[in-house]
Structures are given as structure tokens and as C-alpha cells.
Design a protein around this ligand. Structure first.
Ligand SMILES: [Zn+2]
Length: 357
């Protein structure tokens, strides 16, 4: 990389935990950034110190000589200019591009504070502010895709107090907009600015639905898969609880492969009891969670909605869009096998992670 930007390593010096690599410039001519005319007239030079990724548990600092040239064009507003080392480091940056990329990747995955902690553990000395600055500095994509299928949902900034809205491009599986609050006016304004949207997956609350109706009346609205599966599971569970005794009676009369279940009564009874026990436990934990969390939820909303909030669903739903519609906790947690297999089947059904309502 140093050779590509016209630098030659002349020495390296290890002091304490820092290795300093000195590189001189071999650039004899450079184009003026204003008039693009090449100049051979060297005006002077200075040294840029750039932090590079650590090596063998030692911090690496590049001390790179940068030459300044005089512009030979009398009509050019620039009198002097520095040679271009953008391939090695961005303008005014005190780290190489490779280290900036590492910080950017960490920040993108973990956010400011956590990324800074991990970066320091890996030997990249930085702060949360620097990580966030690197994230903002990253060049935006040249071609902004026009979203066609989007999912919209709320997420908890501080559960029970402050909520935001996230909009995800479901075809590309990436968030494209986040804003504070979940008012319909902001959503409608955003939707109006994106007329390419054809399908909107949303929860069953009224605010987002109305906003889409107002801004994009031609768009198709669908319920997102998470809510459909969640409702299905709750209803099946409720039905099985209500019909428990009748199911037990029916099971005793059914023949499977010529063997009546009467002979396997003990086994089936055990499995029914264990299922009943599991169901009771889940119901008790759910009721407990609702009672504990009810005070923190917002008043005046539909009961089902509040129940969902008390069950920490917003955080699950945040994973929904990245995982094709099935939240991690539901597929890998202690959920029933029936639900798991059902949700795995649904996961493969369509790419956009949607089920038409
Ligand atoms: Zn010039």
C-alpha cells in the first residue's frame, strides 16, 4: 500500500508498545486538485502520523512524508497543494483507511460504546465518539436503491417511555430509515417521498396503516409474518387448553396402525400431562410478565397491544426483518416444537418475509 501512494519505508523504531514506521515520499510530480495541471515544483514537505492496525500486540504508527507542490498555472487559485495519499488515508484523518474500515465494521455491528470496548480489547485504541464519527464519515452508497417492499414497525428506545419507528427494505433486508416517535404524520411524509413502494408490511395497529393509506393509497398493505404466527400460536394454544378433556377422550378412541391408543394410554397420558404442564407454565409466566409490566405500558391502547409490549416483543421484532420474519427468540428458545417447525416452514415460503393478509 505504501508503494502505491509513492512511499518508501526508510526505518522502523520500536519503543515500548509502539512501532513507528517512517516512510519517505518518492513522488516527483503531482496534479493540482484545482486545475489538474501536473507540477514538478516541490514547495516543501511535512510528516503525517497515521495509526495503523496493531501488529504482534504492538501499536503501529506510520510517519509518512507528504510533499507539497507549487501550482505552475498562473491563473489557478491554488498556489500550493499536497500530493494525494487518499488511497492510504482520508483527508484530515489520523488513521489509515484499513484501521478506519475496522472501526467502521465494529461500529456497524455493535454501535459506539460496545464497538469502542471491543476495539480497545483488540488493540485499536479509540473512543465511542470516534467510532460514530467513522460511521458518519463512510461514503453513502452511490446508487440509492428505490425500495419496493418495505416493513414498518416500532421499536423501544426506552421500553415503556420512548419509542421509535424503523423502516426496513425487505427485499434487501436492510434498515433504510429510523426516526424517533411513531406518529402517523412522520410516517406518511416519509412514504410520500418514496412513491416506488408497492407493498408495506406492518403490524395490526391503526397508526401505520392510516399513514400508508393517506400517503400511498395504491400500495398493498400486509400483516407481517411475526404477528400472524404469534396470533396463530396463541389461538391454537387457547383452543387446546379449552378442549383438553375432549381431546383426551378422543385420543383414547382413535386407532393408529391397528393399535388402539387405549393400550398406550399411559404413554399418551404422560405426553398430554407434560404438554399441559408446559402450557400452564407458559401461561403463568405470561400472566406474571403482564402484571409486572402493565404499569409501564402506555394507557389507552388495545389490551393485546399492551400485552405484546409487556412481553418484550419490540426487541424480538427488531430482529424480524433481518431473519426473514421469524424472531430468534421464538425459533431457538423454549417454544413448542410445533411452533418451531411451523415457523421454519414459513421461513422458506417467500423471500420478502411476508404473508398476504
Ligand atoms: Zn492549479
Amino acid at each position: 500500500m505504501l508503494a502505491r501512494v509513492g512511499k518508501r519505508v526508510v526505518s522502523s523504531d520500536a519503543r515500548g508498545e509502539t512501532v513507528t514506521v517512517e516512510a519517505c515520499s518518492t513522488v516527483r510530480a503531482a496534479p493540482c486538485p484545482a486545475c489538474h495541471r501536473w507540477s514538478h515544483r516541490i514547495h516543501g514537505s511535512y510528516v503525517r502520523r497515521l495509526e495503523e492496525r496493531p501488529m504482534l500486540d504492538q501499536r503501529v504508527v506510520l510517519a509518512v512524508e507528504v510533499r507539497r507542490f507549487k501550482c505552475a498555472n498562473a491563473g489557478c487559485p491554488r498556489r500550493t497543494f499536497a500530493e494525494n495519499i487518499h488511497a492510504l488515508a482520508g483527508r484530515h484523518q489520523r488513521r489509515t483507511r484499513s484501521q478506519a474500515r475496522a472501526l467502521h465494521a465494529l461500529g456497524h455491528a455493535l454501535g459506539g460504546e460496545a464497538a469502542a470496548r471491543l476495539a480497545n480489547a483488540l488493540g485499536l485504541r479509540t473512543s465511542a465518539d470516534t467510532v460514530l464519527r467513522e460511521l458518519r464519515r463512510a461514503p453513502e452508497r452511490k446508487r440509492k436503491p428505490r425500495p419496493r417492499v418495505v416493513g414498518i414497525d416500532d421499536w423501544a428506545i426506552a421500553r415503556g417511555h420512548q419509542y421509535g419507528t424503523i423502516i426496513v427494505d425487505l427485499e434487501r433486508r436492510e434498515p433504510i430509515e429510523v426516526f424517533a416517535g411513531r406518529e402517523g404524520t412522520a410516517v406518511a411524509a416519509w412514504m410520500r417521498a418514496h412513491p416506488s413502494i408497492e407493498i408495506v408490511a406492518r403490524d395490526r395497529a391503526g397508526a401505520y396503516s392510516e399513514a400508508v393509506d393517506i400517503a400511498l393509497p395504491a400500495a398493498t398493505q400486509v400483516s407481517d409474518r411475526w404477528h400472524l404466527l404469534c396470533n396463530l400460536r396463541d389461538n391454537v394454544e387457547r383452543l387446546l387448553c379449552r378442549l383438553g378433556s375432549q381431546l383426551r377422550q378422543a385420543a383414547q378412541q382413535v386407532e393408529v396402525r391397528g393399535v388402539t391408543l387405549d393400550r398406550q394410554r399411559e404413554r399418551s397420558r404422560n405426553s398430554l400431562w407434560s404438554w399441559q404442564r408446559l402450557s400452564d407454565q407458559r401461561r403463568a409466566s405470561r400472566v406474571g410478565a403482564v402484571r409486572a409490566g402493565y404499569g409501564a405500558t402506555r394507557p389507552g391502547r388495545h389490551d393485546e397491544r399492551n400485552r405484546a409490549r409487556a412481553l418484550n416483543r419490540p426487541s424480538n421484532r427488531a430482529q424480524l426483518h433481518h431473519r426473514g420474519g421469524v424472531p430468534r427468540a421464538r425459533t431457538q428458545g423454549a417454544g413448542s416444537d410445533a411452533f418451531r417447525s411451523l415457523s421454519q416452514r414459513y421461513r422458506g415460503t417467500n423471500r420478502a418475509g411476508l404473508s398476504l393478509s
